[in-house]
Design a protein. Structure first.
Length: 208
C-alpha cells in the first residue's frame, strides 16, 4: 500500500488543518490517556479535534508539519516536529493555542486540572540536549499498520541525522515502545503525574 501513498510537504491551509486534526482525533479517541482526560465517549472526538487543531495550527516558525496523502489527495497521516532549539514554543504561540484548548475543555474543569498536571510534568523533564521533538504522529485508523507512520518517522529522522542531534518523543502507550525502537528510540522515563492516572512514557534517540 505504501507505493500508493506519498509524503506531502505542502503548507496546510485551514481546511487541511481541520482534516489533519480530525484524523488525529480518530487515531487517539480510544487512547487510555485521552479517555482518562475526557471520559465522556460522546464528546471526546469533538474535544480532541479542537485540541489537535489548536496544537498543529500554532507551532511557531520553522516547525515541520508533514502529511501522507493517498491517491485521492486525502490526508491519511500527519506528523509535527519541532527542530533543534524550537522547544519550548515562543510565548506568542503558546498563547495562541489557549483559546482552542479552553473551547475543548471548558465544560470539563477536571480535565483542565489533569491536563495541566501532565503538561507541567512533561515540560519539567524535557531534554536539554540538542534534539528534534516529535510532537505528534497520527495515522488514520483504516491505514494503520500500512507503512504510513514509517514514512513520516523516517522523513523526520533523515533531517535529525543530517544535524547529528538527538530525537525525543512522548507516548501514552507501552505497546508503542517496540515500534519506536525500530527507529532507534529507547525508553527514557515513565511519568505518572496523577496517582490513579495512566502513565506517560518519554523516549530518546541518541545522535547518529
Amino acid at each position: 500500500m505504501t507505493t500508493e501513498l506519498r509524503i506531502d510537504e505542502r503548507a496546510l491551509g485551514a481546511r487541511d488543518l481541520d482534516e489533519a486534526a480530525g484524523l488525529a482525533s480518530r487515531a487517539f479517541v480510544d487512547d487510555e490517556y485521552f479517555s482518562y482526560l475526557l471520559p465522556d465517549n460522546r464528546s471526546r472526538p469533538r474535544s480532541l479535534a479542537m485540541l489537535f487543531r489548536s496544537q498543529i495550527g500554532h507551532l511557531g516558525e520553522n516547525h515541520r508539519l508533514v502529511t501522507v496523502r493517498d491517491p485521492h489527495d486525502a490526508i491519511v497521516g500527519v506528523a509535527s516536529w519541532l527542530p533543534t532549539n524550537r522547544y519550548p514554543l515562543p510565548l506568542r504561540e503558546q498563547l495562541a493555542q489557549v483559546p482552542g484548548q479552553l473551547r475543548a475543555l471548558y465544560r470539563h474543569p477536571r480535565s483542565l486540572r489533569i491536563g495541566g498536571a501532565y503538561v507541567k510534568s512533561l515540560v519539567r523533564i524535557h531534554p536539554k540536549e540538542p534534539h528534534w521533538y516529535l510532537v505528534l504522529l497520527a495515522v488514520e485508523p483504516a491505514h494503520q499498520r500500512s507503512g504510513v507512520g514509517t514514512l513520516l518517522v523516517r522523513d523526520g529522522l533523515a533531517r535529525v541525522d543530517d544535524e547529528h542531534v538527538g530525537a525525543y518523543l512522548e507516548t501514552q502507550k507501552e505497546e508503542n515502545h517496540a515500534y519506536y525502537r525500530r527507529f532507534g528510540y529507547e525508553l527514557r522515563q515513565t511519568v505518572r503525574p496523577i496517582k490513579d492516572g495512566p502513565p506517560y512514557y518519554t523516549m530518546w534517540r541518541a545522535p547518529r
